[in-house]
Design a protein around this ligand. Structure first.
Ligand code: NCD
Ligand code: ZN
Ligand code: ZN
Length: 463
């Protein structure tokens, strides 16, 4: 069977195959702007066609709400297997994703045991089947050379840690990189990298709050490791995880690499909170750095928005600062926070859709993230008049807290997965039929608008 990318390119995706299961009608985000359309969805869960008037199936009009592609979060930690289950599991985290408008998550390998072998990957995949509310792409860690060829046949991507962080005690050393790049270049899989250079971490003074954490793991250490990435041979399919500064954005754009920024680095600074609930790697930066990153995002200079959803139990975050773990939850709030920013005119909806839906989907080789024929009908219905606020206790994650407590959000009213409603009136009504997915196409393939770092930068697309 041809890949979806090939079907799309040959134009076959535009031809209805099978019968029409549903026609969704309303203002939808199509080709970079909101327009009144009807979306025909086939009984295979794919979008058959998008046009003025469709026929041949039951029709649902979304009224004053808008239809958006669902988001892809390429960076989450669901703590499964190994826990702590009081923080998250695949079962809870994927429901949180569904409620937050995220239809596919990229699950990182720093679980216990870490995903360094095909056996560990299979153990994790078994936990997805029958328990996940949305699809899951499972990354592997390529640090055990003899396990790598077998691992590469299973994983959806790789994750490299260049500094210590949660559950990572021995990061990859810079001297090991050339050999690792060479071995990874055989697989054409996405490779995401946690880029901080531990040689530039400062030990004095001991960090006791988020400002101290920022001094301890300073911007220089992040820049140093990002430079290593710019020296990696092409065409590796790299993504720099959680970039925190405008300087980093400039460096990576010049190098033409894909990279992500998180809602917490875009919206919070080292002074947003004084305890370990604001301890995260890389640290929250100064307000000046934060603003620089936010402005870059608003200009469309950051390819991907990702949550780095890293929940920890509330108790552990109450430990003395130096003993508390790093990481904040975010998969359920990522898109709702940004939809509120778009509603308030602080962020262009088109730029948000590209960064939260289309580019991460392309980078992971998934036929989602766009309302276009041949793509899966993974869609959201959003009523922009329905504002609410974040209440940590009310989020699906058992960790029960959020660094965005009290922030304004707009949550999706409905979420369709393969044309089937899994969220209705803001409540999860779906089943646990989420699947393990792997890239279906490489960058460039199925990519009519450019590289994963480039792509369309739509103009103003008012809500
Ligand atoms: C992450 C975690 O807790 O797994 N923590 C974090 O501070 N971001 C790991 C990581 O992404 O570095
Ligand atoms: Zn990281
Ligand atoms: Zn992470």
């Amino acid at each position: 069977m041809p890949s979806p990318a090939r079907r799309r390119r040959s134009g076959e995706g535009a031809r209805p195959s099978g019968s029409t299961a549903l026609i969704l009608a309303g203002r939808a985000f199509v080709r970079g702007r909101l327009q009144s359309v009807e979306i025909a969805i086939g009984d295979d869960g794919r979008i058959q066609s998008v046009g003025k008037v469709r026929s041949g199936g039951p029709r649902r009009d979304v009224g004053d709400a808008v239809i958006l592609p669902a988001a892809v979060d390429l960076h989450v930690h669901l703590r499964d297997p190994g826990g702590p289950a009081e923080a998250e599991t695949i079962a809870t985290g994927t429901v949180g994703a569904a409620l937050g408008g995220v239809t596919l998550v990229g699950e990182m390998p720093n679980t216990r045991p870490p995903v360094t072998s095909a056996e560990a990957w299979e153990e994790k995949a078994r936990r997805v089947e029958g328990r996940a509310a949305v699809d899951v792409l499972l990354y592997g860690s390529p640090t055990v050379p003899r396990a790598l060829p077998d691992l590469a046949r299973h994983v959806g991507g790789f994750k490299l840690y260049l500094s210590p962080t949660t559950a990572i005690e021995t990061p990859v050393r810079p001297a090991e990189l050339p050999d690792l790049w060479r071995r990874l270049s055989e697989y054409r899989l996405p490779i995401s990298v946690h880029a901080e250079d531990p040689a530039l971490f400062r030990t004095e003074p001991p960090p006791v709050d988020p400002e101290g954490w920022n001094q301890h793991r300073p911007v220089d250490s992040e820049m140093s490791a990002l430079r290593w990435l710019t020296e990696a041979p092409r065409p590796l399919r790299l993504n720099a995880a959680h970039v925190t500064t405008a300087e980093g954005v400039r460096l990576l754009r010049e190098a033409g690499l894909c990279f992500e920024a998180t809602p917490h680095h875009l919206l919070l600074s080292e002074r947003s909170g004084s305890d370990a609930r604001h301890k995260v790697n890389p640290p929250l930066r100064s307000e000046v750095e934060r603003r620089g990153l936010w402005d870059a995002f608003r200009r469309g200079e950051i390819p991907v928005l990702a949550s780095d959803h890293a929940p920890h139990p509330g108790d552990s975050k109450g430990l003395p600062f130096d003993r508390a773990p790093s990481g904040v939850p975010g998969v359920e709030t990522m898109l709702p926070l940004m939809l509120a920013k778009a509603r308030n005119g602080e962020l262009d909806l088109g730029l948000l859709m590209v960064a939260a839906c289309d580019r991460p989907a392309r980078w992971l080789g998934q036929p989602v993230g766009r309302i276009a024929p041949g793509h899966r009908a993974n869609l959201l219905v959003v009523d922009f008049t329905q504002r609410s606020t974040v209440v940590g206790r009310a989020l699906r994650s058992p960790c029960g807290w959020s660094p965005f407590e009290g922030w304004e959000v707009i949550r999706p009213r409905e979420h369709y997965r393969d044309g089937v409603r899994i969220v209705e009136a803001g409540e999860f009504v779906g089943t646990t039929t989420g699947r393990v997915v792997r890239p279906e196409f490489a960058p460039g393939e199925g990519d009519d608008e450019g590289s994963p770092t480039g792509g369309p930068v739509p103009g103003r697309s008012g809500i």
